[in-house]
Design a protein around this ligand. Structure first.
Ligand code: MN
Length: 360
């Protein structure tokens, strides 16, 4: 697949509008936050207004990105919506329902910029490029097409999207385009050591305590090829953790030698159970998630079921076992095959609306 250019009508929408609302999917990941904040800075650099509105809170590891403290959160629209805006730009979001704000999205023209293969082309204008390693890389290309200056903080935000979506340049989407964009962003002032520190060396202590709780539940199935782990409201409570502190924890069971598929089973406060799946290579977990009303990518997906955690875990292991049996033998369990396209994954699960307060 070759990279596509931002379509003319998209460039026109952006040039003509004066004030934009930017949003992305529920449970935002690094690509969502970095793309939003990077594009917001670029638009402001053009003399335009930009407000980022996300339904869910920003995971703590992304809060160092410039502008993260100004993101409007929750289901109530920001001041002046929609009369003081000229359009909505939805980033890294395959369908409008995934924003959690879909009731508001038909108010103004929508610009849809995404790299998910299954994008529903729901925008007034759509730019969907499945070959892009991250939506942030598309935003960087857009900046070049519009001949915009990319300042240091914008470069950091966009660089972060590449690091997170490629799993630190480990996954199969760590293409030459990803490395070229990363190199160009560093030339524009991105600071890899700083961004890496935000991402991997700034975890809240509660997140590590939650990891310890989760690892105590680690189980291996199918002769070592499947790992399961649990999260419960009680664990969050003991760890003093908030929902976003579980970001990235599923990568630990997947790091076990020989494991090709992982199910993280999370008991939710409302009695439902969220199942996050990860896999390697040809093991398709998106199909399993879709069968339960969820979604995601081939190697990273999720769903919510009305079942007890034990039953949900058993069912997930059965489905993963079947998927392992039908997929080709893992001749080469290369790390690069774990095309996580970070985060965009279990957020695909039909999330229940957030309860009033923080769970745990
Ligand atoms: Mn992405």
């Amino acid at each position: 697949m070759t990279a596509t250019k931002a379509p003319e009508d998209l460039l026109r929408q952006i040039r003509q509008g004066n004030r934009f609302l930017l949003t992305s999917h529920v449970n935002p990941d690094g690509d969502a936050i970095g793309s939003e904040l990077g594009l917001a800075r670029l638009l402001r650099g053009m003399g335009k207004g930009a407000v980022v509105w996300n339904r869910d809170e920003t995971p703590s590891v992304y809060r160092r990105v410039a502008g993260a403290d100004r993101i409007h959160l929750g289901e109530e629209p920001p001041v002046g919506w929609p009369e003081k805006f000229d359009g909505t730009i939805v980033l890294e979001c395959p369908g409008p329902d995934r924003t959690g704000l879909e009731d508001h999205l038909d108010e103004l023209p929508v610009v849809n910029i995404d790299h998910h293969l299954g994008n529903q082309h729901y925008g007034t204008v759509n730019w969907v490029d499945p070959a892009a390693p991250a939506v942030g890389e598309m935003i960087f290309r857009l900046a070049r097409t519009l001949k915009l200056r990319v300042d240091e903080e914008t470069a950091n935000a966009l660089y972060l999207t590449l690091v997170t979506d490629t799993g630190g340049f480990r996954f199969s989407n760590a293409t030459s385009a990803a490395f070229e964009a990363a190199g160009d962003l560093v030339r524009e002032g991105a600071q890899p050591a700083r961004v890496t520190r935000w991402l991997y060396e700034s975890r809240p202590l509660a997140s590590l305590r939650l990891l310890a709780e989760m690892l105590a539940t680690l189980e291996i199935h199918a002769g070592g090829r499947i790992a399961t782990a649990r999260l419960t409201p009680g664990m969050y409570e003991r760890a003093g953790a908030s929902q976003s502190d579980s970001e990235g924890l599923i990568d630990y069971p997947r790091s076990v030698a020989g494991v090709d598929a992982v199910a993280l089973v999370k008991a939710l406060e409302d009695g439902t159970t969220k199942v996050s799946l990860r896999s390697r290579g040809e093991v398709d977990v998106e199909r399993i998630a879709r069968g339960h009303g969820g979604g995601g990518h081939k190697n990273a997906a999720g769903y919510v079921v009305e079942a007890e955690p034990d039953a949900a875990a058993r069912e997930a292991v059965e489905a993963l076992t079947a998927a392992l049996a039908t997929g080709p033998a893992p001749a080469d369990v290369s790390e690069s095959e774990a095309a996580l396209a970070a985060g965009a994954a279990d957020e695909a699960a039909a999330e229940p609306p957030p309860a009033g307060g923080e769970e745990g």
